[in-house]
Write a protein that binds this ligand. Structure first.
Ligand code: GLN
Length: 478
């Protein structure tokens, strides 16, 4: 049979590949055909690799030799901030244009060991700053459901690649919501794993205490398969942990918390509220007990994040000085002094949003302001974490809408950074606490005559991925 990616999941493709119904090369060719047909319009990919069929041939050899693993021969895509040895990687920025990864990320090592087929690198907001994928230096990605709308961001290319059936799964990074928000806006599943459960080695850093790599897929089952393949301790990243470090997670969740007061403070459009209410009803019908939880400090999440994140981003981006990494747009001027070169390269290489955050971050970290802003934000961060730790005494998971609304029009929020920042109002708290959260499609609302998806976010205690997979699976099948 000829594989049709729109009819396949990772789980079903696995069965067909192992049964010999089609080969990994057939599947990779089908993926390339979809990209050729659709990506000129969508622009999910910054690059489609030239060795896709070779990778697939290798996967077929593994399958023939009886050495097939979960992801052998499965076409996947990686966000443009994850290193694959010998391939270009730019974090959506001009400052890294033409840069070639000198080594593999731990993610790439694991996927290669599995024999997965990495089709290409996907578009993203520059340095993963943004919620729409319009802030890429290489042009925006469009939402395949309605090309006048954004796919969400910053991992919008990875979400669009799955939605347009170019690949069966993909990876993004989530620092404040960049996997869950585009998953919701594209109507697919996206997981932000527990901080430290997936190695960040070879991920271009944005906010080191917030960043995590996670999967996008069409189903919770596929998402679980992708997460299982990439998680685990890694000596390259000393913040990594495994299940043994959090043995107390409830095996089977029963009670689900709803932060009603927080949700009331952020009044949703009637149809978005109706979708969330229907989701709560579905959870009740599935036998879960809903309880009200107080998260008294969670409404400080966005302002807290926008102090902590720029502080970390400004120091992480300091390494891009035009000397340690090549900078194609301007290059190095031998005649000029060091400082002059720095400002020339950084001024031309960084787009407006990285520049804005470098300014804010440098300000909040400067002596005299450090205590007033950065340390204060860290204190609030601890208070938000305590809110959730208290909530876990009452429930096994917390649910919210993933976003306050569906995919918005391209350009709508580009001149209003705060409106863009508020896209993450429900997602950033999980990055501040390090707790895992998933977005699962919950329903649709109509805008301009188009059905646009919404997501339900399910948050669990540290290392509680099993709980959110269990709830997510039942929810999506209900
Ligand atoms: N939208 C948020 C930001 O702009 C989150 C980004 C992310 O998760 N990478 O920082």
């Amino acid at each position: 049979m000829t594989p049709d990616l729109s009819q396949l999941t990772i789980a079903s493709a696995r069965k067909h590949l192992d049964a010999g119904d089609f080969s990994a090369v057939d599947l990779a060719q089908a993926s390339l055909d979809v990209i050729k047909q659709k990506d000129a319009d969508i622009h999910a990919f910054l690059e489609v690799f030239d060795d896709v069929l070779e990778q697939a041939t290798h996967a077929d050899e593994m399958i023939k030799a009886g050495k097939s693993q979960q992801l052998t021969g499965i076409p996947l895509a990686l966000k443009d901030n994850m290193l694959i040895k010998g391939k270009r990687v730019s974090a959506g920025s001009k400052i890294l244009e033409g840069y070639v990864a000198p080594h593999d990320s731990t993610l790439a090592v694991k996927l290669k060991e599995q024999g997965a087929v990495i089709v290409g690198r996907t578009n993203m907001d520059e340095f993963a700053m943004g919620s729409s994928t319009e802030q890429s230096a290489y042009g925006p990605t469009k939402n395949p459901l309605d090309t006048s709308r954004v796919p969400g961001g910053s991992s919008g290319g990875s979400a669009a690649a799955v939605l347009m059936n170019a690949v069966l799964g993909s990876f993004g990074s989530d620092t404040g919501g960049s996997i869950r928000q585009p998953a919701a806006l594209c109507g697919i599943v996206g997981l932000k794993p527990t901080y430290g459960s997936v190695s960040r080695h070879g991920l271009i850093a944005l906010g080191s205490s917030l960043d995590i790599i996670g999967p996008f897929a069409k189903t919770v089952e596929d998402t679980t398969m992708l997460f299982e393949a990439i998680k685990g301790k890694d000596w390259h990243d000393t913040t990594t942990v495994d299940e043994t470090s959090h043995p107390s997670v409830t095996p089977s969740p029963k009670r689900i918390g709803v932060p009603r007061k927080f949700l009331e403070e952020n009044k949703l459009a009637d149809d978005v509220q109706a979708d969330f209410d229907a989701a709560l009803q579905r959870l009740t019908d599935l036998g879960y007990e809903l309880v009200d939880v107080e998260l008294p400090n969670v409404h400080y999440s966005v302002p807290t994040y926008y102090v902590v994140l720029p502080a970390e981003a400004s120091s992480n981006l300091a390494r891009f000085d035009g000397i340690k990494y090549p900078s194609s747009p301007v290059g190095h001027d031998e005649q000029a002094g060091l400082i002059e070169n720095y400002s020339k390269v950084r001024g031309a290489g960084f787009g407006p949003e990285p520049r804005r955050r470098i300014m804010i971050g440098t300000y909040v970290l400067s002596s005299g302001y450090y205590d007033a802003y950065y340390n204060r934000a860290n204190a609030v961060r601890r208070a938000i974490t305590k809110d959730f730790t208290d909530a876990w005494k009452q429930c096994d998971a917390v649910v919210t809408p993933t976003t306050a609304g569906p995919a918005f029009k391209m350009g709508e929020k580009m001149n209003d950074p705060v409106a863009m920042y508020l896209e993450d109002i429900f997602t950033v708290s999980s990055n501040l606490t390090g707790m895992p959260a998933i977005s699962v499609p919950s329903g649709t609302v109509v805008r301009d005559g188009v059905n646009l998806p919404l997501g339900l976010q399910i948050i669990a205690p540290h290392m509680g991925e099993k709980s959110i997979f269990e709830i997510g699976k039942k929810f999506e099948n209900k």
